[in-house]
Design a protein around this ligand. Structure first.
Ligand code: ADP
Length: 752
């Protein structure tokens, strides 16, 4: 059983490392462990002394929203030597540290594994040299290591995403969006270099999410005259109406002979061959900076908690593992395997075995690459002709990312020679024959647009107009329908399908794509739009937190979500709120009583700010305003109470990188299946989604059967398993109050 652990961040910093530190420290303290923090990575471990210090609950307060790592990180040459590592062992023994949690990239994890494997040899040496360390030598015969993937490069095997990748991707996507508007004004071409070392993930995902025109990554094999294809494509696109072009190059991209490809070279080739003004932007370290995204905070928190739990709950096991996320589940993989597989990809790329390297990068990487290859073409692969049309509609409340889904699904179909119409305002477009012709080049710029350009509506009373829908399906030769929307839209489609006996025109295939900020749809772990909403909420809560000042304040922040608590629960986790009221658990009078007492104790102990999240439908009677008045009444003017209803800002703005990629993956999958069904003459109605990391589908009737009809949410919701973490890591846990009181008393007596 581990009693003492140490945590450190190492190698390149990445956004979310602080969230991981907070989770490791608080979880470990909560479960009764002693915790040390090692400053400046392996430099601190070798140096010891002041660089290895105990950490308390409050030491990791207010760090969740900060980029970088408060422990600092470094690259250590000393640690690469056996002598340096022996000093590291001495320092660990001196503090009685039995387990080391290392947050970093493959270099840092390699170092940790080496240290653990050499441990017995070092002990032998130290036993002769340092008799003072004998108790430690006897008590700690092995070192346990838990690695957490912290790197923006996403080059580690054993995890689908590393901590920091999502934040870096959001920086890239925002930068390309911003550059696109200036590029469009001047009809310029830009070359944009992204980080990622030898992994092309950031460039690939950035290209998909922004609709960039061309991409160069280390995983793509290039023919000798690779630039001819690029020039031809960009030139054709320009002639067919693309006013500006974005070329994304990963820093690890290479020439066919293996030599590094410089972004400046690409700029020069483009300028010379196209005769255009071409600008180069190297995004550099801005990709690492800034507050972590909601996804990174949640990922870091889940992994940090899991690392500590594994160390405690599997006492008989020697842990030399990395915890990562695979298919939306936390998984632990032996460090040796992680390091070996990550290096294997590098070896394969060096040897020019791109097929095998891609195999190891995983299914999501390959799907994205295949998508980017077809979408970066200057025009569709097939000319449209006589195969009928597909209609795309967006329904219900709008969600960020709907336009991205329309763009990718439509381009997928256009590429195969199918004409695509956008129905204005969901079923109303079908009733009135009000369509927009969706064209290849126009759609490229839709990836980052907020809301839905074809319009959304709630057409629940469409029943009496089904006859006109049938007429228009025939008149416009519609052979398939793609519907992007929320639960009401799903139900509306079911009504449409139920009318097939009366209208044989409805006997065409239909695919549904889940888009709702509420994340309350069946058949998917995540809906398009929910990540953007989550980030909007978390940014707002960060700003509220910034107002912590002289007064003591309790905030009740109301989120959307209808009767699904996803936004309230996950934003509480990502923003470090003290609690969340969810519709799934409701609010009872007894709970409110406890909360009032708890709040009083918290402020008495010297805290200055408490944040409670409340889903808009958590309770019919205990509304946000009621809670505010209740807490205010009970405050005895010891603290202020404020309520903040975030409202529609949650659904606004450009979609996050995650939502765009989700829209891309599901949109492409759904469109591909629709095409197959059209070819086979099938008239199935399938609901698509992302389940356990993969795009999948099931019949709409089956999907609707998974819904709790009364509460309009799935009967099983995965995120509820994470909800207990909110309270267990909260700022104001009773176990941390004593520390705060001492701190307050100490500082006030100091002033006196
Ligand atoms: P990252 O963890 O981001 O991949 P680095 O590759 O720079 O970053 O590694 C961080 C640190 O880990 C190095 O400065 C070094 O101290 C240690 N390290 C990396 N590789 C090894 C190794 N093979 N042996 C011992 N220590 C290593």
């Amino acid at each position: 059983m581990v009693h003492t652990l140490a945590v450190m961040t190492s190698g390149g910093d990445s956004p979310g490392m602080n969230a991981a530190l907070r989770a490791v420290v608080r979880r470990a303290l909560d479960r009764g462990l002693r915790v040390y923090g090692i400053y400046y990575g392996y430099e601190g471990l070798v140096g010891g002394g002041e660089l290895i210090k105990p950490l308390t609950w409050l030491d990791v307060g207010k760090v969740l929203q900060r980029g970088g790592t408060f422990l600092g990180t470094a690259r250590s040459e000393q640690f690469r030597t056996p002598e340096g590592r022996r000093r590291a062992v001495e320092n660990l023994l001196g503090c009685g540290i039995e387990a080391l949690v290392v947050i970093g990239g493959d270099g840092s994890l390699t170092g940790a594994l080496l240290l653990a494997s050499e441990w017995p040899q070092h002990l032998e040496k130290i036993a002769g040299l340092r008799p003072d360390l004998r108790p430690g030598i006897e008590q700690i015969p092995v070192l346990q290591v838990m690695g957490l993937p912290g790197s923006i490069d996403n080059d580690l095997s054993g995890t689908d995403m590393a901590i920091g990748v999502d934040s870096a991707l959001n920086h890239i996507v925002r930068a390309i969006d911003d550059l696109s508007s200036t590029a469009a004004s001047h009809q310029r071409t830009f070359v944009i270099e992204t980080m990622g070392r030898n992994c092309g993930y950031l460039a690939l995902a950035g290209t998909l999410a922004t609709g960039a025109s061309w991409m160069l990554i280390p995983e793509c094999s290039l023919e000798l005259h690779w630039h001819r294809r690029m020039i031809e494509c960009l030139d054709t696109a320009r002639k067919t109406g693309r006013r500006h072009q974005m070329v994304v190059i990963a820093e690890g991209a290479r020439h066919p002979d293996g030599l590094r490809m410089e972004a400046g070279e690409v700029r020069k080739i483009l300028a010379e061959k196209l005769g255009l003004e071409v600008r180069l932007t190297v995004l550099g370290h801005v990709q690492r900076g800034g507050p972590p995204s909601a996804y990174d905070r949640i990922l870091a928190t889940r992994l940090g908690v899991a690392a500590v739990d594994l160390l405690i709950d599997e006492p008989g096991m020697l842990h030399l593992h990395m915890v990562g996320i695979q298919k939306n589940r936390v998984v632990s993989t032996p460090l040796g395997e992680v390091i070996e597989k990550s290096r294997e990809i590098q070896r394969l790329l060096d040897a020019g075995d791109f097929g095998q390297a891609l195999e190891l990068r995983g299914e999501a990487f390959r799907t994205m690459l295949e998508l980017v290859e077809s979408l970066t073409a200057a025009c569709p692969a097939k000319e449209s002709g006589g195969q009928g049309r597909v209609v795309i509609m967006t329904g219900g409340a709008d969600a960020p990312g709907m336009n991205a889904a329309v763009s990718i699904a439509a381009r997928r179909l256009l590429d195969r020679g199918i004409s695509v119409l956008g129905a204005r305002d969901e079923f109303y477009g079908l009733i009135h024959g009000d369509f927009i012709e969706l064209e290849w080049n126009d759609l490229v710029g839709w990836m980052g647009r907020p809301s839905s350009d074809i319009g959304t509506a709630r057409s629940n009373h469409v029943g009496e107009d089904f006859g006109r829908v049938a007429e228009n399906i025939q008149k416009f030769n519609i052979k398939g329908i793609i519907v992007i929307g929320g639960l009401d839209t799903y139900r509306q489609v079911q009504r449409f399908v139920d009318m097939r006996a009366d209208f044989p025109e409805f006997d065409i295939p239909v695919v549904l794509i889940p888009a709702s900020i509420d994340n309350n749809l069946p058949g998917t772990d995540l809906c398009i739009g929910s990540d953007t909403a989550l980030n909007n909420i978390v940014e707002a809560v960060d700003k509220i937190r910034d107002t912590a000042g002289a007064t003591r304040r309790a905030f009740i922040v109301e989120t959307m979500g209808k009767e699904c608590g996803f936004l309230a629960a996950m934003s509480a986790l990502a923003a470090g709120a003290d609690k969340a009221y969810l519709p799934e658990t409701g609010i009872s009078l007894a709970e409110l009583n406890r909360d009032v007492s708890e709040l009083k104790r918290t402020f008495e102990a010297g805290n200055r700010m408490v944040i409670y999240m409340r889903n808009e439908d958590a309770s019919r009677h205990y509304t946000t305003d009621f809670l505010r008045r209740l807490l205010e009444e009970e405050s005895n003017e010891e603290f202020e109470v404020r309520s903040v209803v975030l409202g529609h800002v949650q659904r606004g703005g450009s979609p996050t990188a995650f939502d765009r990629i989700l829209a891309g993956r599901i949109g492409a999958g759904a469109a591909g299946t629709l095409l197959n069904m059209m070819e086979k003459g099938s008239s199935e109605v399938l609901a698509f989604g992302l389940k356990e990391g993969a795009v999948s589908s099931c019949p709409l009737s089956e999907a609707l059967g998974q819904v709790d009809a009364l509460h309009k949410r799935p009967k099983v919701q995965w995120f509820l398993d994470l909800f207990p973490i909110v309270h267990s890591l909260a700022e104001n846990r009773p176990c941390c109050r004593e520390g705060r009181k001492e701190e307050t008393l100490g500082s006030s007596s100091g002033k006196a």
